[in-house]
Design a protein around this ligand. Structure first.
Ligand SMILES: [Zn+2]
Length: 272
């Protein structure tokens, strides 16, 4: 699927590859089937939920917003792939959103569509459109398989070159830590390792498309990035900026394409 996405091709022409990183070098090396990745993600997600405070109905008015906006973005990603004749890409995805009491401004999505949104993200996103842009960006990372590439690298470099199932059998705790680092940027294992610029830009582009399809202005993605830069420059860096490094190259690129995306993909929110 990666190779079929035009925007990835465009991005790779414009970006200088950062050496070892890559797509090209790890593509042929087996990580594991999607179903093993998704089963592992589900297992770790359930463990995560059992040890963190899930916000329940009536506890926080933002819960309704998170669920509603999140579900609009989920409908958008399903329709996006269906429209490309590639619904198969989302096989095994059983989407789920949980809103977590957490004093970090961040969110992540695991393979199979398991999403965590932290309560402290909402004061940073400030509007439904920005929240949609963030969730769309997270979902874009997962459907573009950016975490898979990282997990392959970790298995190869740090976990003895085994595939995921073998590594889990031999060394479950460490393998799960690397899995969290690969897919959720390690935010909750204490070592934050952000995605690289190339992946960020690809997720920005698909994220803007999904934001527009979810019924919001695609430009919200730019507004959000600019607000993150402002936070960073005033010394109050949200965790989101650490896990999704923001530089001017990202915002400039997004500004160039976002109006076109808005024109092509915007559709009003369905009232159904
Ligand atoms: Zn990102």
């Amino acid at each position: 699927m990666r190779g079929k996405l035009v925007f990835l091709g465009l991005l790779s022409m414009q970006l200088t590859s950062t050496g070892m990183r890559a797509t090209e070098k790890t593509n042929t090396w087996p990580l594991q089937s999607n179903s093993v990745i998704q089963t592992t993600a589900l297992d770790i997600y359930r463990q995560y939920l059992s040890s963190h405070k899930k916000i329940a109905a009536g506890e926080n008015p933002d819960l309704e917003t998170v669920n509603r906006v999140g579900n609009q973005v989920i409908v958008a990603v399903k329709d996006y792939y269906k429209g490309k004749g590639a619904a198969k890409e989302l096989e095994g995805f059983f989407w789920e959103i949980n809103f977590i009491e957490e004093r970090k401004a961040d969110a992540w999505c695991f393979p199979g569509g398991k999403i965590a949104v932290y309560s402290s993200l909402l004061p940073v996103t400030q509007s439904e459109g920005s929240l949609a842009a963030v969730l769309a960006h997270e979902i874009a990372h997962v459907v573009l398989k950016h975490g898979d590439i990282r997990m392959k690298q970790y298995l190869k470099q740090y976990l003895g070159g085994k595939d995921l199932a073998a590594s889990l059998a031999a060394n479950p705790l460490e393998t799960k830590d690397f899995f969290r680092m690969a897919y959720a940027n390690g935010d909750y294992v204490g070592v934050i390792r952000g995605f690289d610029t190339k992946d960020e830009m690809a997720a920005d582009e698909l994220g803007a498309i999904l934001t527009a399809m979810a019924g919001y202005k695609a430009q919200e993605a730019v507004v959000f990035l600019e607000r993150m830069i402002w936070f960073r420059n005033t010394g109050r860096t949200p965790e989101y900026v650490l896990s999704h490094p923001i530089d001017e190259k990202r915002t400039e690129r997004l500004k160039e394409i976002v109006d076109d995306i808005a024109r092509k993909y915007y559709r009003p929110i369905s009232k159904n």
